[in-house]
Design a protein around this ligand. Sequence first.
Ligand SMILES: NC(=O)c1ccc[n+]([C@@H]2O[C@H](COP(=O)([O-])OP(=O)(O)OC[C@H]3O[C@@H](n4cnc5c(N)ncnc54)[C@H](O)[C@@H]3O)[C@@H](O)[C@H]2O)c1
Length: 262
Amino acid sequence: MSSAPAYTPRHGAVYPSLAGTTVLITGGGSGIGEEIVRSFARQGARTAFIDIIEEPSRALVAEMRAEGHEVVFERADLTDIEATRGAIERIRAAIGPIAVLINNAAHDERASIDDVTPEFWDSRQAVNLKHQFFCAQAVYKDMVARGAGSIVNIGSFAYVAGVENLTPYLAAKSGVIGLTRGLARELGVHGIRVNCVMPGFVMTKRQLDLWVTPEVEKTIYERQCLKRKIQPADIARVILFFASDESGVCTNQAYVADAGWT
Ligand SMILES: NC(=O)c1ccc[n+]([C@@H]2O[C@H](COP(=O)([O-])OP(=O)(O)OC[C@H]3O[C@@H](n4cnc5c(N)ncnc54)[C@H](O)[C@@H]3O)[C@@H](O)[C@H]2O)c1
């Protein structure tokens, strides 16, 4: 592998349209989601997130508060649609009608073909696809009233790349594209944009703890055009763009942020 010369990226885009905007993020308590929460809060957005994990979520709220940002956390299991609706109601009461929705939460539990039961299959669709629709359904009227809105659904490069023992997850993630295109068509008349961002192999804590061995690192560098690791903040930056007015005519699309793997 020939590596590129050392270069330090200079980040720091500011999106004036996000300042003061209300943003709801699912799965904001860890992984890519926590970086999405930080990124919106630092843009001055009125930021709220739903997660099932309490302690890391509360620690993130405290971290943001120490930086001078008010971030709202509601605990809910997103596979419980009634509980999710209740959490969204409380978030709306706290930060106001929702202008931006980032459907980020998922769970990539693996199982080989013989281990997939009907119950496991359904649970994977519930945690990786179903709540994306019902969160959109719960907030889109806020966006209709505003005459604008942005929904970003997080997909995955994995269903294009092909990853072993992940078939139910990959089916759900390809479903995110269909969900995106259906909602974009249905909601575009109200000025609501709906896009999908498909991350590549991202160095989240979960990935590092479970999967990033020296052999996997070798594969990553072989397959990616860019010979560097993708960090959660790299994905959050792409999401900020699709949430902001700078992507005002982008809708009904899926953008792959995988350093050129696929
Ligand atoms: N990390 C990667 O390499 C990668 C690659 C491609 C796509 N993605 C996608 O990016 C998104 C974020 O992935 P990640 O790697 O940060 O995942 P992660 O597992 O590290 O974090 C997911 C977050 O969602 C929360 N969550 C999971 N199930 C929930 C439930 N039932 N109710 C409420 N919250 C729940 C978790 O508690 C966690 O905070 C996902 O949509 C994932 O499919 C990730």
